[in-house]
Design a protein around this ligand. Structure first.
Ligand SMILES: *Cc1c(COP(=O)(O)O)cnc(C)c1O
Length: 812
């Protein structure tokens, strides 16, 4: 199909000259300025618009192809998206990188200096939000008709800086200067209600009328999500809350009551004001629930609008629609769809329930009981009175089903109830999500198994076929091609072409090059050059990285104990043959998570003590890189020699940082947790440093009664490390960390200390043989092809979504 014939679309520049003309045209007509007076900001916006036009043209062809085929759609609902910087990605995905570089050069600029103005939209906390971004990228790459729905927070994840060695948080007004990647779509605005009461409908036992007490507008904008190596461009649609026109009180304003005049609008806009910075601990109050409902209500109405553009009636709705819930945050979509179908579209309850159940699927991201979301019933009752009624009815009918299957099993019925009774009545969102969906998946083999055997065991008994595993994945475009261009070029040379970027399993062919001395030499030189670029320490030292959110279960404190042990060893034997090491930490702690922030403080204190020590500092350096985000990950990952994946087994659902690092040739030291297990199985036991308790042993130890104090008493090196903290050796910082380890040590850090330190000795033995190390590094990359998000999406498509690709016609 040639769209230009129909609508006379001008051809976009494909040569340097044409691209230059497009830049000028955009500078004049869309920025309203001239070459003489253009600022750097103008240059950035103009280049972004010019690149965006290439994607927008593909978007038009994608929409036409989708419209013509009326396919089954995937709607991905996620409270978070960590999309990463857009300009560099879109230059790559539009194939304009080369001509753009030359075109801007003729204006005396470089791409690099323009890219510096590109701000990463930090609309997520960590792994979950980054997964959402990798999946939408892979869905477009696999030509799957999809829309990602999310919230356009005014302030993304806080900016982290260090102040007096501890974490300080600042606001992230990411779009302060505007965001050229976004298309506002005010016509598709939605109206969302909150609070109020319900009224019965005469003659109906199930229908009700909800009369909300507050009305808020949801205004969408979308960002383009291009596929790589294909013409598909999907979208992520983000909602921003606004007060209605009526929410501005003109008479109060005229009377000089300026604050009161806008208070209603401010209250509405607060809904999308900030991304909640909690990661896996649930600190949100009513506003968080408001955000969740806001996202769900706007998105479902948009999904229904789209469905009705092409379809009649409701029978086809579950055939044409699959809505994937990224964790429990969007779970209110289940009662909301019931409400829309029963109350507004007047379907009977059973039909509505059958449609709803067949429409949704749920991805669970945790095993931590405290991270399983629940809401006090009284909060629900006030904010979403109709939804609570619907949840009660869903629960009543569901529990009847459970009682029939397991007569007399009262304990089971109370465990499975969507309403928990103790210590207060709460709505259990995970139970609701399991009951209201067709498929439930965990995010790595072990995680899915533990979900079936522990947290969701009762549900797995009832519906064994509902439970699946889909192991997470990452985008090889962002995390190899863009992040590590040197390695990317070498791989392309080694494999003969760059098809591996869309078929990552082809990396296996690198295995045969692991015996080629000159190839290994180049591989090693690339790692070194990446370390020089990162510039955090001696590029010849072992670069040991632990980059992820700070959480006690991830055990940055274990890494810290190892560092202190190395410090003591070097001091005791200054003339020893020590392996020089640079330990790099990066990551944010939730602002209210004091234990995690104490660990950050201690890391910096230990780092400062070591830096000031003339005996130890030649061998050991500890660096804390501020404000971990996707862009920083892209700089650190290519430079890493050693990847720290040392969570307490059974606590990390999957991890994706582990995949990024292995794919870039870092060797993993890790526990048998999350996707580490699958990484080890693929890269080979001999190319992975395994230590510590497994999930079963950890659970057994906790049941048997764990006494951290015994490890302290038994292990002199451990004792020395903890004593040093308590003696105030590190600027007097860290008593709280030591107390927590010697007291409860909830994450069994001390139980794994000895195994971890010994395994690190093993790491150093391997490092001393650089040829061996480099071969191991190549084998990690060669066998990480499975961890492409393209494979993850193919798994979802085949096993959960049952969707087929819809190819987009080429532009001739
Ligand atoms: C990949 C990534 C994560 C996830 O890291 P894990 O080690 O899997 O927890 C978190 N934040 C950012 C910015 C990332 O790029």
């Amino acid at each position: 199909m040639d769209l230009r014939q129909g609508i006379g679309l001008r051809k976009l520049g494909r040569t340097v000259d044409e691209f230059q003309q497009d830049l000028l045209s955009n500078l004049y007509f869309r920025r309203g300025t001239t070459v003489e007076s253009a600022s750097m900001r103008d240059a950035y916006e103009t280049l972004s618009l010019t690149v965006r036009d290439h994607l927008a043209e593909r978007r038009a062809r994608t929409a036409a192809a989708h419209y013509a085929s009326n396919p089954r759609w995937v709607y991905y609902l996620s409270a978070e998206y960590l999309l990463g910087a857009q300009l560099e990605q879109n230059l790559l995905y539009s194939g304009t990188g080369e001509i753009a570089a030359q075109a801007v050069k003729s204006f005396g600029l470089t791409l690099e200096e323009i890219e510096e103005l590109d701000v990463e939209p930090g609309l997520g906390n960590g792994g979950l939000g980054r997964l959402a971004a990798c999946l939408v990228d892979a869905m477009a790459t696999r030509d799957i008709p999809a829309v990602g729905y999310g919230i356009r927070y005014d302030f993304g994840i806080f900016k982290q800086s260090l102040a007096a060695g501890g974490q300080a948080e600042g606001p992230d007004d990411w779009a302060f200067q505007g965001n050229p990647w976004e298309f506002p779509a005010p016509d598709d605005r939605q109206t969302v209600g909150f609070y109020g009461h319900t009224e019965p409908v005469p003659g109906s036992s199930t229908r009700k009328v909800w009369v909300p007490g507050e009305i808020v507008l949801g205004e969408p904008s979308h960002m383009l999500v291009p596929g790589y190596g294909t013409d598909t461009v999907n979208i992520v649609r983000l909602w921003r809350a606004r007060g209605s026109e009526a929410s501005f009180d003109l008479s109060r304003f005229s009377a000089g009551q300026y604050a009161e005049a806008v208070q209603e609008a401010v209250r509405a806009e607060n809904i999308s004001k900030v991304l909640y910075p909690d990661d896996s601990t649930e600190l949100g109050r009513e506003l968080r629930l408001k955000q969740q409902y806001f996202l769900v209500s706007c998105s479902l109405r948009d999904i229904i609008r789209r469905f009705r553009l092409r379809n009649e009636g409701w029978d086809d709705f579950p055939e044409k629609t699959v809505i994937q819930l990224n964790d429990t945050h969007p779970t209110i979509a289940i009662p909301e769809l019931m409400r829309l179908l029963v109350d507004e579209y007047e379907l009977d309850w059973d039909r509505a329930w059958s449609i709803t159940r067949r429409t949704f699927a749920y991805t669970c991201h945790t095993l931590l009981p405290e991270a399983l979301e629940t809401w006090p019933v009284h909060v629900f009752e006030r904010l979403l009175p109709r939804h609570l009624e619907i949840i009660y009815l869903i629960n009543m009918l569901f529990l009847r089903e459970v009682e029939e299957r397991f007569p007399g099993d009262v304990a089971r019925v109370s465990r499975m109830s969507i309403i928990g009774e103790h210590p207060e009545r709460r709505v259990r969102m995970a139970n609701l999500a399991v009951v209201g969906t067709e498929a439930v998946n965990g995010v790595a083999e072990l995680h899915s198994k533990l979900l079936r055997e522990t947290v969701l065991n009762d549900f797995a008994d009832l519906w064994p076929a509902k439970f699946q595993n889909v192991t997470n994945g990452i985008s090889p475009r962002r995390f190899v091609k863009l992040a590590n261009p040197r390695l990317s070029d070498l791989i392309t040379e080694g494999l003969g072409d760059d098809g591996w970027l869309m078929d990552l399993e082809r990396l296996a062919e690198l295995g045969s090059l692991a015996g080629d001395a000159s190839f290994l030499e180049r591989w090693r030189a690339i790692k070194r050059a990446n370390k020089v670029d990162l510039a955090v320490g001696d590029p010849d030292s072992l670069t040991d990285v632990m980059i992820k959110r700070f959480h006690e279960y991830k055990r940055q404190q274990l890494k810290l104990l190892h560092i202190i042990t190395l410090y003591h060893r070097i001091r005791a034997n200054p003339g020893g043959d020590w392996v020089p090491r640079t330990v790099l930490f990066a990551g944010k702690a939730a602002p209210a998570y004091h234990a995690a922030k104490n660990i950050i403080r201690l890391i910096n204190a230990v780092g400062a003590t070591i830096a000031a020590d003339p005996i130890v500092s030649p061998y050991l350096k500890v660096v804390f890189a501020e404000n971990y985000n996707v862009s920083l990950a892209e700089r650190i990952v290519p430079a890493a020699d050693l990847s720290e994946q040392i969570s307490l087994a059974g606590k990390e659902a999957s991890g994706t940082g582990n995949m990024k690092l292995a794919l870039n040739g870092a060797l993993t030291i890790g526990t048998l947790d999350g996707a580490n297990i699958e990484i080890r199985a693929r890269v080979g036991e001999e190319n992975f440093f395994l230590f510590g308790l497994d999930a079963f042993q950890a659970a057994e130890l906790q049941i048997a009664g764990y006494r951290p104090w015994e490890h302290y008493e038994r292990d002199p090196e451990l004792r020395e490390a903890l004593d040093a903290i308590n003696a105030g050796l590190f600027g007097g910082v860290g008593h709280d960390v030591a107390d927590s380890l010697l007291g409860r040590d909830e994450y069994l850090t001390l139980a794994d200390y000895r195994a971890y330190v010994d395994c690190q000795d093993e790491v150093e033995r391997a490092w001393r043989d650089q040829d061996r190390w480099t071969r191991m590094s190549v084998m990690n990359t060669a066998n990480s092809g499975f961890f492409s998000a393209d494979r993850t999406v193919a798994d979802y498509a085949a096993r959960i979504w049952r969707v087929a690709p819809v190819p987009v016609a080429k532009d001739h």
